[in-house]
Design a protein around this ligand. Sequence first.
Ligand code: SF4
Length: 487
Amino acid sequence: MSAEAAVKIVTEHSPEEIARVKEWINTEEYKEKNFAREALVVNPAHACQPLGAQMVATGFAGALPFIHGSQGCASYFRSTFSRHFREPAAATCDAMTEDGAVFGGQNNLFEGLENAYALYKPKMIPVFTTCMPEVIGDDLTAFIKNAKLQGHLPEEVPTPYANTPSFNGSHIHGYDSMLKSILETLTEGKSIEGKCTGKLNLIPGFDGNTGNLREYKRILELFGIPYTLMADISEVFDTVCDGTYRLYPGGTKLEDAAESVNGKVTIALQKYSTTTTMKWIEETYTGEKVTIPMPFGIKKTDAFLMKLSELFGKPIPEKLKEERGLAVDALTDAHQYLHGKKFALAGDPDYLIGLVSFLLEMGAIPYHILCSRTTKKFEKEMKALLATSPFGAQGKVYINKDLWHMRSLLVTDPVDGIIGDTHAKWAARDARIPLFRIGFPIIDRVNLHRNPVVGYQGAVNILTMIANKFLDIKDETCEDQWFEMMR
Ligand code: SF4
């Protein structure tokens, strides 16, 4: 395709004018105007609520995520998951169109549920909404009740539902609402006084890294702690290729989720994506409930393991002690490649807390930290974390700003690299700095979702990715006399 055919020119500008604007958007003057922007968002570092709800729904065995809303939204969620994980993302939708928007989407929902059940025989149908039914005020509670009363869906099929309007919150809030609703539905009537399964309920939070979930499971197996990993997408979005298509390839068993209410301990590893779920669990579940940060880096992994040890009265396994030693050795051997380097970061609040903590451990400088939809509470927590280290002194936190704001920061106050998902690649390219792809979605590189970034192994993985990229850049850009065998 020719360049002319690929880009439809809407307005004509002289090459001089284009060059002038190209320069101008790199100035402090433009940055000021960019930061004064209020009514427009450009390239935000977050997705919409239903996408998070779909991730949760996918993580339960035999569950078919059901989107009440428009087909285009459903395609966006499915294609984002498919591009990130390079796996099919099974979900269905009742494809509301103009008549649904005018008369309400109840009939769409009836027909959709009936077809979905007849065709795919799911064990559970978690329902969540897109913007359209939220704008017109569809009453999901009544619609789902009516669907069962009128025989469109058997009464016994669990049908948790969540309102996930995208003009509020982001994918992490959709994750939270859907998870709470699924657990509420499955655990109803299951709480038995005095009963304890002895198990850990582990809630990973919104995490597009299947390697992280596998790492959690491996750690728990080394400890010998029985567990239920909630919304476990690791087998669903990272499946074997053996010539057989499985519509429901894995996920948390519904019986295990139902029994979770009688668990010994519930741990959430993300605070910001599990707020309402944990609040409800606090009031409903027996056993201890704890929310701790994701185990990024040595310190936070230590804290996670010590918490497990304390709660289950088990010593830290020798294997994990050895892995810690190996990770500390790897980090020490390579710390000079990160020490003093400045980083920009964009992503979800819980990931940002973990990544900043890791950078501080390495003596790197988290410099521009941007979260495109969050609260003052997060800003306060991040500032407190930065204050714990001299390497955090230069860090600035930007909340509810997008990656076009980030671009202005990068070109006016440069850093050595940026950590974020694929959306940050334009800002990175314009600023001529490397992008270290950690987060969701990563749709322009392969297999990164399989490499854990949590735990001791995760710390080594992050370090290796960053240090080697800096060394690549040095080799590619240095003058001949500095091109060395040894780095
Ligand atoms: S923001 Fe709303 S309209 Fe857009 S994809 Fe998400 S749910 Fe659909």
